[in-house]
Write a new protein. Sequence first.
Length: 104
Amino acid sequence: MSSNAKPMRVHILDKEYLIACPDDEREALFASAEFLTGKMKEIRDSGKIVGADRIAVMAALNMAHELLGQKNVKDDYQHQISQRIRALQEKIDVALNQGNQLEL
């Protein structure tokens, strides 16, 4: 954590936490705390999980699962784009080679 980090209070599921945070990251921290609170309330309100610690762990697992799912989608997309670029490069090479043969 950088030396310009100042303590700030955030509320997560009805509890207050004091967290050191640089000024330029305050809004992101508040947004993260709100997002986490929303996820934890969803789990708490389902009535299946009891206890703040268990709710926090389930929320973390759900968010990690979502994050990894998005990473996999991104990786698949990047792979498809790479394949398309390679195919276009091959077409360009073929076209250039045919053009060079016509010049001979």
